[in-house]
Design a protein around this ligand. Structure first.
Ligand code: MG
Length: 378
């Protein structure tokens, strides 16, 4: 039996010139940070993960060293305890699954339960990030459709809600029903500087009614992530699917969201919540309850790939998030830690390979060039 020999964590920052003005950050982002986790066994295999910055994780590495790398349920349980004490350690879970794939020479979608005879591909929706004027947003939507994406997600949060709604109306007027449209209200995400109160259920109802008139596919995070009563009430009031749960941490919280019928679409991200070890079970619970599982992803290509493997190997999804908003957010910027960018085909599908684990090697030269003591955005 092999044992886990060591864990290495490194930080990197890609310089962004011109900077990336994300709708959820008032400060233009001059860098795109990535933290890379590598886990080695004593037979020379290595698994990779990425996501949280993993600051301080060295204190916990000894709980893994010497253990059987294939004891994935045990590692997932230990990581859940570390998550309770010290942040989001799930990049190591992805790295351990990737390591298992390398040891067993099996792709992650197969290790997670996907059959060899199925199609190992998942359709993607274009997830935009930048607040642009209405005519430019129409252009973004046309481009998404031309590139084969079946759906586009836009962000609310402009100073004037009427402008946000005008974007949705203009895209719908231009493209009709040829493109599904989702709206992220981002009321559950609190950024460190963000102290505004989130919407209440009456305000969210008014917005939801406007979105329902435009046949929006789902309304994402209309309320604070902890406002379970509000979500359940909003679902009773409006005929529009509600999405959320992208940073929900605990298995019992997902159970509560299901029990109270808070959401139609669940979006936990395996590099932020419960890892592949936990989310494969949560995904099954979600689908068993008649709901949709489609993970959030807004990091680099490692997180995107891990989430696509999770969907392809377990319950499937109508489509998964694909961060894409050129020229500010390109696949080259997003996937810089990897030797290959992750692209969609002419119909918006991401196809997974038969290569072991995640199936994409690190670009060591770029990682060396972008090495940084910290993983900050500016
Ligand atoms: Mg979101």
């Amino acid at each position: 039996m092999t044992g886990i020999e060591r864990i290495e964590i490194s930080h990197h920052r890609l310089e962004l010139d011109p900077p990336f003005v994300a709708s959820w950050d008032p400060r233009p982002r001059t860098h795109f940070p990535a933290t890379i986790v590598r886990v080695y066994d004593d037979a020379g295999h290595v698994g990779i993960g990425s996501g949280d910055a993993m600051y301080g994780f060295a204190d916990y590495e000894s709980y893994f060293i010497g253990h059987d790398p294939l004891d994935l349920d045990r590692h997932g349980a230990v990581l859940a305890n570390i998550d309770f004490h010290a942040g989001r350690p799930w990049p190591l879970d992805v790295a351990l699954w990737d390591l298992a794939g390398q040891i067993l020479d099996r792709p992650l979608w197969h290790l997670l339960g996907g059959g060899r005879d199925g199609e190992h591909r998942v359709r993607a929706y274009a997830s935009s990030a930048v607040h642009r004027p209405v005519p430019e947003m129409v252009h973004v939507a046309r481009r998404a459709r031309e590139l084969g994406f079946p759906a586009l997600k836009v962000r609310f949060g402009r100073a004037d809600l009427a402008e946000d709604l005008a974007v949705v109306r203009a895209i719908r007027d231009d493209l009709g029903d040829r493109l599904h449209l989702m709206v992220d209200c981002n009321q559950g995400w609190r950024m460190p500087w963000d102290v505004r109160p989130p919407w209440d259920v009456d305000h969210a109802t008014a917005v939801a009614e406007a979105l329902a008139r435009e046949h929006v596919y789902w309304m994402e995070e209309p309320l604070h992530r902890g406002d379970y009563a509000g979500m359940a009430e909003l679902r009773r009031r409006v005929d529009l699917p509600l999405a959320g749960g992208e940073m929900t941490r605990e298995r019992y919280e997902f159970a509560e969201l299901l029990d109270r019928d808070c959401l139609d679409v669940f979006q936990p991200d395996c590099v932020c919540s419960l890892g592949l070890s936990g989310l494969r079970h949560v995904a099954a619970d979600i689908v068993a309850a008649g709901k949709v599982f489609t993970p959030h992803t807004w990091g680099n290509g490692i997180g995107l790939l891990a989430n696509v493997h999770l969907v392809a190997g377990t319950v499937g999804a109508p489509f998964v998030e694909f961060p894409f908003d050129p020229p500010e957010w390109t696949t080259a910027r997003r996937d810089y830690p990897l030797t290959e960018t992750i692209e969609v085909d002419a119909d918006g599908w991401i196809s997974l390979s038969d290569r072991p684990g995640l199936g994409c090697p690190l670009d060591e030269a770029t990682l060396a060039r972008t090495a940084s003591p910290a993983a900050t955005f500016s």
